[in-house]
Design a protein around this ligand. Structure first.
Ligand SMILES: [Zn+2]
Length: 272
């Protein structure tokens, strides 16, 4: 454990503090990780438009979880009332998809995968077989710290929990936070769902983040890839911050203020 990381322990503390402070906002677990940690969800709002924010798919990307928990907390406190109307929008927030990976990485090793060495963001059913074919070229055809896609799509409890949660709720748009690069991925192999452009224009007008197209193995098997392929609705991967993973905790304030306008714009856009 490192004081320079946002860990599962801190998430758990923040989740219980959130529950006691805002008892009217649902907080629940959508499943358990391989090692039995809860995959928490927070659901502010009660509108018919549904937006899903998720983070920490990758072990070293702890700051994405802290961004989402902080966002949920400030949203609940009413700080964003001028930006988000919780009567017409429901937000579903899963700050830490891969708590085991975050804990492993907090020990100081480079670890993006889950506890079994499967990269959750290569384990979704979106050209998964093609992702498998290219694994060897990346030295990732066996369980390990990064990029190994598992034995079959949704083989991992974390992937399954997110996919089930998505199947159970009709999200109008989804945003998966990763780090780093200050770029936004928005297509799946050239497929760009209707409505995507409006989001991108909003994101680029309120932030310094810019749209980008992924290449090679990064283009397959991810959550937003699967969401776009299956639902043909806007889905985004937002790479927060700049630097080298894991981004240090000291970057938090700057990273948060950089990505906040995008989160607010997404919530606003989904309500249009
Ligand atoms: Zn990532």
């Amino acid at each position: 454990m490192s004081n320079n990381r946002y860990t599962y322990t801190e998430l758990t503390d923040d989740i219980s503090a959130f529950s006691s402070q805002y008892p009217h906002i649902p907080v629940f677990s959508i499943g358990k990780s391989l090692e039995g940690r809860s995959i928490y969800a927070i659901k502010p709002g009660h509108g018919s438009r549904r937006l899903f924010f998720s983070g920490a798919y990758h072990g070293t990307e702890h700051l994405t979880a802290k961004v989402l928990v902080t966002f949920a907390h400030r949203l609940a406190s009413g700080e964003y009332a001028a930006h988000i109307n919780l009567d017409d929008t429901s937000l579903y927030i899963v700050p830490m998809v891969n708590p085991d990976g975050v804990e492993i990485a907090a020990g100081g090793v480079y670890w993006q995968a889950n506890a079994r060495g499967v990269d959750i963001n290569h384990n979704f059913d979106a050209l998964w077989a093609l992702s498998k074919e290219t694994e060897a070229a990346h030295g990732a055809n066996a369980p390990g710290p990064t990029r190994y896609g598992g034995e079959y799509p949704e083989s991992e409890p974390e992937t399954k929990a997110i996919a089930d949660f998505t199947r159970q709720n009709s999200f109008d748009a989804v945003m998966a936070l990763h780090s780093q690069g200050e770029v936004i991925y928005y297509d799946f192999c050239g497929l760009v769902p209707d409505g995507t452009e409006k989001y991108l224009e909003a994101f680029e007008s309120v932030s310094r983040y810019r749209r980008a197209m992924p290449e090679g193995i990064a283009a397959y098997g991810g959550y937003k890839d699967w969401f776009i392929k299956k639902y043909k609705k806007p889905g985004f991967t937002v790479e927060i911050g700049l630097g080298e993973n894991p981004l240090p905790m000291s970057d938090f304030d700057e990273v948060f203020s950089g990505v906040l306008p995008i989160l607010l714009a997404a919530a606003k856009q989904s309500a249009i």
